[in-house]
Write a protein that binds this ligand. Sequence first.
Ligand SMILES: Nc1nc2c(ncn2[C@@H]2O[C@H](COP(=O)(O)OP(=O)(O)O)[C@@H](O)[C@H]2O)c(=O)[nH]1
Ligand SMILES: [Mg+2]
Length: 170
Amino acid sequence: MPNTNHHDTDNWVLAVTGPYQCGKTTFIHSLGAQFDPATQMWQLAVNPSLTIYFFEPHGPDRFDYIWELKDSGYLQGLIVLVDSTRPQTCHEARAVLEVFRHQTDTPAIVGACRQDDPDAWPLDDLSLLIAAPADVAVESCIATDARSAGRLLKTLMYQVLAHHSSGASV
Ligand SMILES: Nc1nc2c(ncn2[C@@H]2O[C@H](COP(=O)(O)OP(=O)(O)O)[C@@H](O)[C@H]2O)c(=O)[nH]1
Ligand SMILES: [Mg+2]
């Protein structure tokens, strides 16, 4: 776990979740983050005063980790990735966001990966399936493309900053 304290916004933890093979590791890689064995997280120095840790929980227990992080106050944001070519897996994103929003107002965003694939479902159709809470955007995310991945991260970062400045405890 990174060395954060209650009011320190210099180290953020963002969880990256989604079905197997949807693009989570690729997305984190494209951002330029490095795996840090000490924390078992991916580390990205955004600037000298902000480091973001990405956490990709694995396996069937992966949501337990997200709830644990949230309950311990470490989690600054949630990135839910879906595979645009496998709309049948979107129900999981829908369920996760529903529970997450029920429990916390921590910022969250959905990235629809593989929008570059000819078999990808259009973003609007995926949005209908995911039925995300009103404050959770569903955006295109070509995880193999650094600019596309960076755009998704930036959108969430603005929400995290707004959330912090609104006085939310982190
Ligand atoms: N074309 C394309 N391939 C992708 C995209 N996202 C992931 N992939 C490919 O999908 C495979 C699985 O991705 P990975 O990041 O390992 O999935 P994870 O299990 O969610 O971590 C890799 O071969 C990636 O290159 C995307 O947006 N576009
Ligand atoms: Mg992975």
